[in-house]
Design a protein around this ligand. Sequence first.
Ligand code: GUN
Length: 286
Amino acid sequence: MTAEIIDGKALSLKLREAMKEEVTKLKAAGIHPKLTVVLVGNHPASKSYVNGKKKACHETGIDSEILELSTTVTETELLQQIHKLNNDPTVHGILVQLPLPGHIEEQKVIEAIIPEKDVDGFHPINIGRMMTGMDTFLPCTPYGIITMLQSKSIPIKGQHAVVIGRSNIVGKPVAQLLLNHHATVTTCHSKTKDLKSLTKQADILIVAIGKAHVIDESYIKEGATVIDVGINRLDNGTLTGDVDFQSVKEKAAYLTPVPRGVGPMTITMLLKNTIKAAKGLENREG
Ligand code: GUN
């Protein structure tokens, strides 16, 4: 079997076209969706992600601003900036790019953003809302993954989904979303015994390890759907996933590439959440 590729870039373009029209309508009604991204320090990968978010906002007609703070900014100063953004009615979405320097407590910063502007979906209130199946901002990467599965009408209900990785950003929330969609979910991580025996049972395998080419065809059940969340830069500068694409594509039914896979979808769902935030705020004011 040769896998059908789920092109996250093409799907993103399609979704962003529809969002562009929605933004035009909102602007005509006097609502100008705006995202503020806070970038602390000059971590090159973070800088590149943040620039990607800014460009995507611009192309969709969403106002955006990058608040660049020095790596030596204190936790108190950062929290003060967030309070300002919380109280700025022109800002609908706030995203603090992670990771933060070691002297700043990330969880404190996440909890400082009011849930109504938490377009990352990382605030404990929004996580709780997601867990109980309520309407909320879904974390962007998991939301993008579900959207990719739905775009190909890949069944989730009753399927065995195996997630490798248990981060708060990807592994845990994607497992929860798959469960919300009635999958049977297994979450694996670095301490899991006999990983392969579990991944070989997966109808849907989500790989979020953070290490290049760990998962080859020997981990895959024939006909599985494989979603590669990894973004690894090799010594020669090329970007690659956690999945050995060439090997797995001969065995899976569906496979996401890197680049042009989950990455662009993460940004697309951020745009969607920002539009949702802009509409939500306006509803409350009305
Ligand atoms: N760093 C890596 N991924 C993310 C993300 O989705 N949101 C934020 N805020 N930081 C990240």
